[in-house]
Ligand binder design. Structure first.
Ligand code: GLY
Ligand code: MN
Ligand code: MN
Length: 430
């Protein structure tokens, strides 16, 4: 994104803290799997949001009201190290590329940070997010306070998360553009996996289809995909993706990519063979109805809770009609008997993180939806092997998940390109 985007984000944050505050945010560290084999690097989403820098060993410091309001400490160019680890942006380029007032060598952090903290009252940082950096900041703050005759350091620490995460919750047009791109790549990968399912024998092959399709579009998985054949769909966080696929069963895929940091999150459940059995179809129709009715509730001015409530109600009614629950709708909602078959919430915010930041409640009330919030709607039913369950329903697990933008009027389904009615799925898979 252009430098002005990051600059505007920082300025907005600066405007919200007092003139004598200081804000410090660190980049994600490289994490080693062993020896000199790192895990793939993923920048901290908050740091990325504020800087646009996708490199480790960097610290952003914002000093409102000063001649220099943004200082970025980062790694200098170093041909020797870059031969091993790849290009660095470097100190000279940073101001222009990232819109930073001042760029300094990360090696000077210990000398310069005390100056930036001195004479400041409130120190804002991401509490609990980066233990080493947090410790370092607090040690420094206490040293400054104890220095006799010194300038003094911040006396209070304040969590940066509420302000920053409130900002991240409402997506800008540029962010929505990237989220649509992530949705489009994830949707086409899901379609490929659906078309391939009748021709493969193992979950791993569908997993490979998904991540291969992401890679071809320069995207990476936003989370470990779930490819759960048959009753493995009842394991909500199943990620082994290594079992044989039974042509008689369903397969639940929950997978999405990220691009430019922005995530998509899609679930589809479909028959391995391309044809639903009567029981699979009956359960599927209930989940689909719940999902479609829940999506209709994702509108400006509605409470965050409405779509979950709607999904729960439709699922419970469906369970009664299938004979899997007994009694009245009200009784079952009241007793939460549906939780045996539906034990998770119906969605979450989506953005730079797949479970994105932002409060769901304000002052103990579910918050009200606003334009350009983006969230998932993902009801499901997971039917166990209880003696009271008719044989043909046992082990059926279904989830349907789409990514929804709150607009001025009708909800916008960013992932609508993946078929989800029974007829559409069967037609696609022929
Ligand atoms: N893929 C994670 C989720 O659906 O919440
Ligand atoms: Mn998901
Ligand atoms: Mn989700």
């Amino acid at each position: 994104m252009p430098a002005q985007t990051y600059r505007a984000r920082r300025e907005r944050l600066i405007a919200e803290v007092g003139a004598d505050a200081v804000i410090a945010v660190a980049a994600a560290p490289v994490r080693l799997r062993n020896g000199d084999t790192p895990y793939p690097y993923r920048q901290d989403s908050d740091f990325w949001y504020l800087t646009g820098l996708d490199e480790p060993e960097a610290v952003l410091v914002l000093t409102p009201n000063g001649p220099v309001q943004s200082t970025l400490f980062l790694r200098p160019k170093d041909p020797e190290r870059e031969r091993w680890d790849g290009d660095r942006l470097g100190i000279e380029q940073a101001p222009e590329v990232l819109g930073i007032d001042q760029a300094l060598d990360i090696g000077t952090l210990d000398q310069v940070l005390p100056e930036l903290l001195s004479h400041r009252q409130d120190l804002y940082y991401l509490m609990g997010q980066h233990a080493t950096f947090e410790q370092h900041l607090n040690d420094l703050r206490l040293d400054l306070q104890q220095e006799a005759g010194g300038p003094g350091g911040p006396t209070t620490v304040v969590s940066l998360q509420p302000l920053l995460h409130e900002q991240r919750l409402i997506k800008s047009p540029e962010e929505i553009k990237w989220m649509k791109k992530a949705a489009q790549i994830s949707a086409s990968a899901m379609v490929m996996a659906m078309q391939r399912a009748p021709h493969v024998s193992n979950e791993a092959q569908l997993h490979a289809t998904l991540i291969g399709a992401y890679a071809e579009q320069m995207a990476t998985p936003a989370y470990q995909p779930i490819v759960a054949g048959g009753e493995r769909a009842l394991i909500l966080h199943y990620i082994d993706n290594n079992q044989a696929l039974d042509p008689q069963s369903l397969v639940l895929i929950d997978a999405g990519c990220e691009i430019q940091g922005y995530a998509a999150d899609i679930s589809r459940t479909f028959p391995v063979s391309g044809r639903f059995s009567a029981e699979q179809r009956a359960v599927y129709e209930v989940v689909l109805d719940a999902q479609c009715q829940a999506i209709e509730c994702v509108r400006v001015g509605r409470s965050y809770h409405d779509f979950h409530e709607k999904a729960t109600e439709v699922l419970t009614q469906g369970l009664l009609e299938l004979g899997l629950l007994k009694g009245s709708l009200d009784e079952n909602l009241e007793s939460e008997a549906y939780r045996r078959f539906y034990m998770h919430k119906t969605g979450h915010w989506l953005g730079l993180d797949v479970h994105d930041v932002g409060d769901y409640r304000i002052d103990d009330e579910w918050r009200v939806l606003e334009r350009n919030m983006v969230l998932t709607v993902e009801p499901g039913l997971y039917i166990d092997h209880g003696d009271d369950i008719p044989e043909a329903f046992r082990g059926i697990g279904i989830r349907i998940e789409d990514d929804i933008r709150v607009t001025r009027d009708a909800p916008e389904v960013l992932t609508a390109a993946v078929p989800k009615t029974v007829d559409e799925i069967e037609a696609l898979m022929q």
